[in-house]
Design a protein around this ligand. Structure first.
Ligand code: GCU
Length: 688
């Protein structure tokens, strides 16, 4: 089953165990003595080798030496200075010689770094020992399995956002109810809380926001804070800090005050008292996440104040305890003003006005977690404000837990987008990870896809998206290929005949989803409400203005696409730096993957392929369908490599995905055909 995630530690063969013992045969523990890193190491070692790793009293050949900077041995190895450069979470794993002994050293400043190092070592052992012949290389006299790893995470805060409600439901959650059993807490602790913390620590995640951004004021009541404290205590040994989403009108709604105006002294005091209460219970509490004046939620603008006034008031309350405020930039009014440009217009004038413990949390794209969006133009535009990317791990707009869509390529596409804000090479990754602008605060968030399903994420392959988010948060230079490879090998098996085709399928899956849902820059063709299937014709009474037919696609008899150009359109393209602004602004130079995002294009426009736009649209939708058929074929061949349960679960979901892909293609093409008035080319699959 999928409950063990990627932490399976499948037993090594006797030969492999022997090989491993020629690299590590005992462990020498110095400061900090007993800690989670050691417990995890011993647990995994037992799973892998069938035996405990002997604890040695002194250094000998093949010792694994573990210690923080306080350890005498680490100091005697001359590593102290280097450790100072690694921050609190960084670490070294290094093969060294000491007094004639060949040893492996794991060192970090503090205990969290040791934990990340142990998980890194275990990953390396699992990925490389089975496929290498250490014994033979030793016999041949060459140097086997030499470690020289030094890692510092890309972001200081690597955090999951749970959109979990206090009644146990999850907004946009597709893996069952919430993991948090609020009704049982704090008295009863589900064993899954610890499993959750382990899984996160194993990929470097060090923070979690427990509740929905559409926050209930109730979460700040003492009764709930006691529950939060209980969770924080389970997570603490795994280096996970707890954060909460707060409702901006809590002082009035929960505290009974007559206002929640951030400039009101009583309100400020209420937040200060609340912070004191929280930190009294949870000394390492991380801080607040705030969705304010967005989608009907209260915020500082209700009192004529700015986002900065609101964020700073909370920041001041948290400051004495080193707490932070993650203030979301996901704002737009339900008006006919181009939604894509609104967050930029609202936030850029506030650049430089936020406290140093405030970070703006910006969704990867300017609209809302669509299958493909250009990066948000806020990245690079606010150089005096710390900015953190927010990705969605849960598949709100990507087939929920029915579609196999590996999201690392989507995350990576955003992170490596060049904003050009400080010339070429100013990628979103560099704008946010402190390389370009040295903000003391760096962070990255992912909206979790975790629920109480036995396999945690609904779809077996959705686990890969949790894994990929964590790995990229730790190291934003990793490639989707490497991450998929690691995940498959740890989650399933290492057989090449399995790993290669499955990896290929995963790597193609995001583009396939774009193809069968909304290719060529189309966006938000989703059904009102559930966001699962297509509804580009939306006529739901009560739907927001921006959902009315054709708000996003603008199809008419002349063409299709949202004109965001400078001369004839909404001018949102002007929010990007040169040369992007110019490239996107011109039809000829706009990348075709964003064509209909920025342009209203005639149906007969000639695409790079030589096809008309209409035909290209037809062929691309069809290609998406064929790609999913291909995934089915690939997976069917994998039956002998996977346990029956996981095989059948994935197989049946691929059938759903295949049907859905046809549904998307038919719905969109038949609807758009009423405008294009062109035939669907005969060589693609007929509508069903
Ligand atoms: C989307 C999503 C909402 C969510 C919102 C947000 O609009 O559909 O459910 O609350 O994003 O990110 O705040």
């Amino acid at each position: 089953d999928g409950s063990k995630l990627w932490l399976r530690y499948q037993p090594l063969s006797a030969k492999q165990v022997k090989s491993l013992s020629m690299v590590i045969s005992s462990v020498l523990i110095e400061e900090p003595g007993d800690c989670t890193a050691i417990t995890e190491l011993q647990y995994a070692w037992k799973q892998l080798t069938g035996k405990e790793l002997p604890v040695a009293a002194s250094l000998k050949d093949y010792s694994l030496v573990i210690g923080t900077e306080k350890s005498k041995l680490i100091q005697s190895l001359g590593l102290q200075k280097e450790l100072q450069t690694l921050g609190s979470d960084g670490f070294i794993i290094r093969t060294m010689k000491s007094k004639g002994n060949r040893i492996t050293v794991i060192a970090s400043k503090g205990e969290n770094g040791l934990l990340y190092a142990v998980f890194n070592l275990l990953r390396n052992i699992q990925l490389y020992v089975p496929s290498s012949n250490i014994l033979r290389t030793i016999q041949l006299g060459s140097s086997p399995f030499t470690f020289d790893i030094k890692e510092v995470p890309s972001y200081k805060i690597r955090i999951l956002n749970h959109w979990d409600n206090l009644d146990g439901t999850i907004e946009r959650g597709y893996a069952g109810h919430s993991l948090w059993k609020w009704d049982e807490l704090p008295g009863k602790l589900s064993p899954r809380y610890k499993e959750y913390a382990r899984a996160n620590a194993s990929i470097g995640i060090n923070g979690t926001v427990l509740n929905n951004v559409n926050a209930s004021p109730e979460i700040l009541s003492n009764a709930y804070l006691q529950k939060v404290k209980a969770l924080a205590e389970v997570f603490r040994p795994y280096g996970i800090h707890v954060y909460l989403s707060v409702n901006f009108s809590s002082p009035a709604a929960l505290g009974g005050l007559s206002t929640s105006d951030p400039l009101n002294e009583g309100v400020q005091q209420w937040w200060k008292d609340k912070a004191k209460e929280i930190y009294g219970l949870i000394p390492d509490f991380g801080g607040f996440l705030v969705k304010a004046n967005s989608e009907g939620l209260p915020g500082p603008q209700d009192f004529g104040r700015t986002h900065a006034d609101g964020a700073n008031m909370l920041a001041d309350a948290l400051k004495p305890y080193n707490g932070i405020v993650m203030w979301r930039a996901f704002v737009y009014k339900s008006s006919m003003e181009d939604r894509a440009g609104q967050a930029y217009n609202e936030f850029t004038p506030l650049d430089g006005k936020f406290r140093s413990n405030v970070i703006l949390q910006v969704k990867n794209g300017p609209i809302d977690f669509q299958p493909r969006e250009p990066f948000s133009p806020l990245f690079g535009a606010m150089t005096r404000t710390a900015l953190m990317p927010e990705f969605q791990i849960t598949q709100e707009y990507l087939g929920a837990s029915n579609h196999l869509v590996y999201l690392a390529p989507l995350y990576k596409e955003c992170l490596e987008s060049d904003t050009y804000c400080s010339g070429e090479g100013s990628t979103v990754a560099w704008v946010t990870d402190g390389k370009l602008f040295p903000h003391p605060l760096t962070a990255i968030a992912g909206v979790a896809n975790i629920g109480e399903d036995a396999n945690w994420c609904g779809h077996q392959f959705a686990q890969a998206n949790w894994y990929a988010f964590g790995r990229l948060a730790w190291n934003n230079e990793l490639t989707p290929e490497v991450i998929a490879d690691e995940w498959i090998k740890q989650t399933f098996n290492q057989q090449k005949e399995f790993v290669e085709p499955v990896k290929e399928m995963m790597l193609a899956s995001r583009e396939a989803a774009v193809n069968y849902m909304m290719p060529l820059g189309l966006h938000h063709l989703f059904a009102w409400g559930h966001h699962y299937g297509p509804e580009p014709w939306c006529t739901v009474p009560g739907a927001r203005a921006d959902w009315l037919p054709s708000y996003y696609h603008k199809a008419d008899t002349l063409g299709i696409g949202f004109d965001r150009t400078l001369d004839t359109g909404s001018k949102a393209v002007g929010q990007y730096f040169v040369p992007l602004r110019n490239d996107y602004n011109k039809l000829k130079t706009c990348p075709e993957q964003y064509l209909l995002w920025f342009h209203h294009v005639p149906w007969k426009y000639k695409m790079k392929s030589g096809q008309t736009l209409w035909n290209e649209l037809c062929y691309t939708y069809d290609k998406g369908v064929q790609q999913v058929r291909g995934f089915q074929k690939t997976w069917d061949k994998m039956e002998s490599f996977v346990d029956a349960q996981r095989f059948h679960e994935v197989q049946s979901r691929l059938k759903i995905q295949s049907k859905d892909a046809v549904w998307w293609k038919d719905a969109c093409l038949l609807y758009f055909q009423t405008f294009s008035r062109q035939p669907i080319p005969y060589d693609i699959e007929r509508p069903v």
